[in-house]
Design a protein around this ligand. Sequence first.
Ligand code: HEM
Length: 313
Amino acid sequence: MPSEVTEGLEETESLSYEELEEDGSVSPSDLSELLKEGTKESHDQAENTQFVKDFLKGKIKRELFKLGTVALFFTYSALEEEMERNKDHPAFMPLYFPLELHRKEALEKDLEYFYGEGWQGKIQCSEAAQRYVDRIHHIGQHEPELLVAHAYTRYMGDLSGGQVLKKVAQRALKLPSTGEGVQFYVFENISNPQQFKQFYRARLNALDLDKGTKERIVEEANKAFEFNMQVFDELDKIGALLTEEVQDGGLRLHDGQGDLRKCPYYAAKLAGSSEGTGCPYHLALALLKQPPVQLALAACLAVAAGVAAWYVM
Ligand code: HEM
């Protein structure tokens, strides 16, 4: 193992991240600084994608949030598979924190919550997510020294915005306050995200890397941002295609009393497809709201009343 990696580890290995003192000193050639500075523009762009802006405003539909969770599941499955493969590689080993960081299990719980039993058979990897997944596998298998770029882009981002995004999703989708559906945002084994990020940066800086490799890592991190933005854009396009009925959680057809999503017909239909409701009760309610149907009904009632009156007389 290169000596600098060993030395870097010696400084931080015996301490848990909670015990690590933040001295705040950084050098411009530190990988953590190069990454932060070198991805600033990409970060700005990611923050300004329509999907992310809408999400932050709470403008996220349940179906779209579910698809976002699916994309994350495939991404993290690939990332964590490659991190397992490379956990002893000197260019990755110091950043291997499965207990603290790994998200696949949390995403599995979220998907089970949203899609129910047998969720594995109800989801598929989208085109944009597949391109991201393919890149992660390529890096893990052929250029493992760049894997850290993908870990940095996702985990540091998740640790930075997790709590806010969790609350936004819970409020917008009326998810239970007990955390079902948003486990992805909960880092159970990290009590202080700010401190952990500082610890992670120290580990990044302790990697024994030449200037060229550091530059390639920054380049790869920018690619990782780009893959994320492609997933966001794809979700945005899907969101625009979703029928208004599904976008509104089907509430257009609802009579305003009670929660349509609790209707078993509706839940079954949504679980299987992105189409609208097929529930006869809600369909009847919707029909009754149509003026021509109301007119026809009134006419039928009038005729029936006339016939009844004639019969009685
Ligand atoms: C509107 C959306 C977003 C907001 C408001 C936001 C906000 C922030 C903030 C305030 C930090 C600084 C945290 C700190 O230094 O402690 C941060 C860091 C970070 N964010 Fe975001 N972020 C957003 C979207 C994203 C996205 C989409 C990604 C990538 C997929 C991302 C990746 C990162 C990374 C990697 C860092 C760590 C920077 C570093 O310290 O080196 N962020 N974000």
